[in-house]
Design a protein around this ligand. Sequence first.
Ligand code: ZN
Length: 254
Amino acid sequence: MLQTNADMTEAVFEVVNPAGTSPIVLVCEHASAYIPPQHNNLGLSGDVLTSHVAWDPGARAVAVDMSRLLDAVLVASKISRLVYDCNRPLTAPGATPARSEIFDIPGNLNLSQAVRQARHDAYYRPFHTAVESALQAVSAPILVTMHSFTPVYHGAPRSVEIGLLHDTDSRLTDAMLETAGAHTGHIVQRNEPYGPADGVTHTIAQHATPRDCPSVMIEVRNDLIAVPETQADMAKQLAGWLAEAITQMSGASQ
Ligand SMILES: [Zn+2]
C-alpha cells in the first residue's frame, strides 16, 4: 500500500482540550521521551532512554489533569528533549545536548549547524507555532509551563519539592507563592531548583514577555508525581493554587 505524506509525518506535538474556555494556556515542553526512529536512539540504550534525562517524568500526566480541572488548552511536545529541547533556542548548545547530567549523548556529538537547524525546524518550530496559536486564541491569556525535576542531581539530593519560577515578570509566581504558603505542607520555593540564569524560562521569555501576559513555570520533584494517584493529587493542588492566585491578581488590579 502506498503511504501518503500525511502517514509518514509524525505529530511532533499534541493539543489537549483545544476548545478549553480558560484564559490559561498550559505548555509541557518535556512531555515525552520519544525519539523518532531516524535518530537511532541517539546512540543510547537502556534506562537512560526513559530517565529524566530524556523527558520530565509525570509532567504530562499532571498537565493533562490540570487541563481538565481548569478547562484549559494544553500544548505538549511529543519528542524527547534529547532530540531537540523545545525550551531552548537554537543558539543554546543545550538545545541538542551532547551531555546531560552524567550521560554522554553520542548522537548529539559534533552536530553540524545544518543538522541542528533541521531539528529546530522539524520539532521546535511547529511546537512553538502551536503555543503561539493557543495564546492568540484566548483574550488576556495566562501562560503556565509544567515541568518535573529529578530528586537527585549529580549525586546530591534536592529538598525542594515544588519550584515556582519566573522570568522578568513575577506577578503570577508571587501570587501563587502566597497561595501555596497558606495551604501546603510541601516545600515550595521561588526559582528553584534552578532559575532564569540557567536559561530555563525560554518559553516564557519567548511568548509571555512580549505580550505582557502573566506567566509561571511550575517544577515538581518527579518522585512526588510517579503514579496516577499522586499525579491527580498534585494536579488538583496546583490547579487550586493557580485559580486562587489568578483571582487574587485580578482583585489587586481593580
Ligand atoms: Zn522540563
